[in-house]
Design a protein around this ligand. Structure first.
Ligand code: GLY
Length: 430
């Protein structure tokens, strides 16, 4: 019988177009079990390691059609929105193995109110909070909690739906934006209000096959745009892995507190979780608290995890997607990712910037310059398309070596029009 462990020419489709997907594409292409790699839609950097296909992950029937035409054995879904929309249900139901949870299991990212209720039942520690359908009730509860207070839109908001308010005008503006102006559409019709918890933020990643999970690693994400936790919150301006506070005992404790009970509950409820589980945690003086669950790899944390990964990534992801036993992953050394962003980020870009030096840059063997928000014009020129544009990723046996190499890679681009934080990996907090 042909099993995932014996298949040596697996045909893989990866969905997504960011730096996370560029990192995954490189590791999948290098996997001994991967015979052919397609990425939809991909980006100009991914095009160097895989065949890019013009296909939207939000058109599930078109994805299924492509999988049948191209005889795809494994689909890896990068972002959350297609999973919440039921892409994994459709593909797995049609006999195409897809890594990522069902729409029912993806509710843990799609609805923060749902997750709060689930965690309350399971005794998973979160900050004190509650969900609301009416702005006046949300405001009254926020006053009860006191400042600073956190407002989250219930649904998916592309990483932009969380506000930490230190004064009432800021809270009221965010609440009005979300619930009255519907800045995030239907996602903001319900909100969650939570106490602000301070501490050291840690991203924990686990690979799950429905009943078993293995920890992929930890990371620290640099969410603020500017050094010293200043400026607006972003999708992440950089990351280091492992998290500086990682120890085997901490990882085991966090898995027991935040992964195992969730996995068991989802299986018992008939929505077993297969895919990458990302628990956003705060290590507080009172113990770890869950900030959020995500149903995918983090971006840019994934870039660091992949740099530390040793082994056949395609085989590991296929085992999880097929519900086969999972081997303990091998991650070695330290990795640092520095994001080079459009200067207006997290706002929309004002201009497209030329990125001519990127095509000719040759990086150190332990470093890579990944594409995130780039595009090629019809003449072959490389341009930015806003947001997070490039990622300098570096690996080292020690954190300082990885950090130095990441910043050397940034400098080697010679690009002065892009913005980056200078303190990734340098400080005690993100
Ligand atoms: N880096 C945060 C996220 O991927 O949601």
């Amino acid at each position: 019988m042909l099993t995932t462990s014996t298949l040596s020419s697996r045909r893989v489709l990866l969905l997504g177009s960011g730096g996370r997907e560029h990192a995954l594409a490189r590791a999948l292409a290098a996997s001994p079990s991967c015979g052919a790699l397609f990425v939809a839609p991909g980006n100009p950097g991914i095009a160097a390691v895989a065949r890019c296909v013009s296909l939207s992950a939000l058109e599930p029937e078109a994805v299924l059609r492509f999988c049948r035409e191209a005889a795809i054995d494994l689909v890896v879904v990068g972002p959350e929105a297609p999973l919440v929309a039921g892409l994994a249900d459709l593909l797995n139901g049609a006999g195409v193995t897809a890594l990522g949870p069902s729409a029912a299991a993806a509710q843990i990212e799609a609805s923060k109110a749902h997750t709060r209720a689930l965690c309350a039942r399971l005794g998973i520690a979160m900050a004190p909070g509650a969900s609301f359908d009416r702005p006046a009730a949300a405001r009254a509860y926020a006053e009860h909690l006191g400042l600073p207070v956190v407002l989250k839109v219930d649904g998916l908001a592309a990483g932009k739906g969380v506000t930490v308010a230190h004064d009432w005008p800021h809270f009221d503006a965010a609440l009005g934006d979300a619930m009255v102006a519907l800045r995030f559409g239907e996602a903001g019709r319900r909100v969650v209000v939570e106490s602000f918890v301070s501490g050291d933020e840690l991203s924990l990643f686990a690979l799950c096959n429905g009943t078993q999970s293995v920890v992929l690693g930890t990371a620290r994400d640099y969410k603020h745009r500017d050094a010293g936790r200043r400026g607006p919150l972003t999708g992440g301006m950089g990351a280091v892995s492992p998290h500086p506070r990682e120890t085997p005992a901490l990882v085991a404790a966090l898995k027991a507190l935040f992964v195992d009970p969730l996995l068991a509950a989802l299986a018992a409820e008939g929505r077993p979780y297969r895919g990458v589980l990302y628990a956003g945690l705060m290590l507080t003086a009172e113990g770890p608290r869950l900030l959020e669950y995500n149903v995918r790899f983090g971006d840019p944390e994934c870039q660091c995890l992949v740099a530390r990964w040793r082994g056949d990534l395609a085989a590991a992801l296929a085992a999880a997607a097929s519900g086969e036993p999972l081997a303990t992953p091998t991650l070695v050394g330290h990795a640092v990712t520095v994001v080079l962003a459009d200067p207006a980020y997290p706002d929309p870009p004002r201009d497209a910037l030329r990125l001519d030096s990127v095509d000719t840059l040759s990086t150190h063997p332990h470093a890579a310059l990944l594409h995130a928000g780039t595009r090629r014009d019809p003449e072959g020129g490389l341009f930015s398309r806003g947001g997070r544009v490039l990622n300098a990723v570096a690996w080292g046996e020690r954190p300082a070596a990885a950090r130095a190499l990441a910043y050397e890679t940034v400098a080697a681009t010679g690009l002065t029009g892009l913005y980056h934080r200078r303190d990734v990996g340098a400080d005690e907090g993100a």
